[in-house]
Design a protein around this ligand. Structure first.
Ligand code: ZN
Length: 410
């Protein structure tokens, strides 16, 4: 595995500058393309799984976090409040849950509306000490793939299981592997909301899901959120260090604090449960993991450039532009490396991380063909340009790690 910081610099994906500040990375166009592809994939998967997307601001009044419990249990990780005058204080949010709880509360809810799955790829902030900041894995400004599933107590296991299935599917598409599943329980000390019965019920629900799905897990004390236990999906980085990428959490605490209600089938008012879940965790950490696992050779759907078009000589440049335009029209990210950029061999080498190369020599141009070369060295037979473009678009749209299929898949 590779260190994502070195590779990120080398491949021009992201960087940081002391003038912007430690733990505040920026994304260059190629890195932004990877991130955008990942975010769009996640939104698509969530839409298909019945989630509704929302937006909420990255700031909130201090009172919001006093109600949620963050102010009492999590303040050390928050940025200091900003004084707006007149006694008003706002803080950069340390999580999205309080905003989503307020969104739930903004309308009358009935049991028929549940489960209500609110998702947001939103910004949040953590006042990490500068000593622990590292590339994209520990940052102060985080883009979180977050969602809150508001449901009845009976729906908790089903919702948590659905979230774990989404996580499994995303990992397969991204070509990454979970190192282990951790059941994160509270430990000693005052970090946790005190309500033993609530912790017992929430833990029971999570154990039920893990056992139902047959996932091996290890329980660990002192790793829970302050409001409830979680299932954490752990991954390993290039140095073998473990960190949490994805998570599923059961929370009886914040619904209580925000006074959330829904009208049940019996006409009475009931308290919903909040299941917090993240499929790929923070976009920063997910991209760091992708860079380290694939060494820059991303699955085709994530690659900054998906197709490199290589005319052998200047005479084939028009044909190359035409093939490139067809690929672009199908939504692919394409680059034409023409003969002015060096010998064909040099251009092939420069495009070695690009999943698909389309080579057009005199013979191909005369017949309207393009010769595909795959990143792994395979060279399927030349195809008519439009057919090759559609074939690549279909493979990219399948969100997998396979580069080719069909009779010449090898
Ligand atoms: Zn949450």
């Amino acid at each position: 595995m590779h260190d994502h910081r070195e590779l990120g610099r080398e491949l021009g994906l992201f960087g940081s500058d002391p003038l912007i500040g430690a733990g505040l990375p920026y994304w260059l166009p190629d890195g932004a393309a990877v991130r955008h592809a990942l975010e769009e994939y996640i939104r698509g998967q969530e839409r298909a799984a019945g989630y509704r997307h929302v937006y909420s601001p990255v700031l909130g009044k201090r009172e919001l976090y006093e109600i949620s419990g963050h102010w009492a249990h999590y303040r050390d990780d928050m940025f200091p409040p900003m004084e707006l005058g007149g006694g008003e204080q706002v803080v950069l949010r340390p999580s999205l849950c309080p905003h989503h709880a307020v969104l739930f509360r903004s309308q009358a809810r009935s049991y028929r509306d549940l489960p209500l799955r609110l998702a947001e790829l939103g910004g949040m902030f953590r006042a990490e000490l500068s000593g622990v900041l590292a590339g994209l894995t520990r940052v102060r400004a985080i883009q979180l793939n977050d969602a809150h599933l508001f449901c009845t107590p009976e729906q908790v296991e089903e919702e948590a299981a659905g979230a774990l299935e989404l996580i499994g599917r995303a990992y397969a598409a991204m070509g990454i592997r979970a190192a282990r599943y951790r059941l994160s329980l509270p430990g000693p000390g005052g970090k946790y909301a005190a309500a033993p019965e609530m912790w017992r019920r929430a833990t029971e629900a999570l154990v039920g899901v893990l056992e139902r799905l047959g996932l091996p897990y290890e329980a660990e004390e002192g790793e829970a959120a302050f409001y409830g236990p979680k299932i954490d999906v752990q991954v390993r980085d290039h140095a073998g260090r473990e960190s949490t990428l994805s998570t599923v959490q059961v929370d009886f605490h914040q619904p209580e604090r925000f006074g959330l209600r829904y009208v049940g089938a019996d006409g009475a008012r009931h308290r919903p449960v909040m299941v917090h879940r993240s499929v790929v965790g923070s976009v920063e950490r997910a991209v760091a993991q992708l860079v380290e696992v694939h060494g820059g050779a991303f699955p085709a759907w994530l690659a900054p450039v998906q197709v490199a078009v290589l005319p052998v000589a200047a005479e084939q440049e028009a044909a190359a532009r035409e093939f490139a335009a067809r690929c672009v029209a199908l939504g692919l990210r394409v680059e034409v490396a023409d003969a002015r950029q060096g010998s064909l061999g040099a251009r092939v080498r420069r495009a070695r991380l690009v999943p698909y190369q389309g080579v057009i020599g005199a013979r191909e141009a005369a017949d309207g063909l393009v010769a595909p070369r795959l990143r792994d060295g395979r060279r399927p037979a030349p195809l008519p340009g439009p057919e090759l473009a559609s074939r690549i678009a279909a493979l990219v749209g399948a969100y997998g790690v396979r580069l080719w299929d069909g009779p010449d898949a090898g």
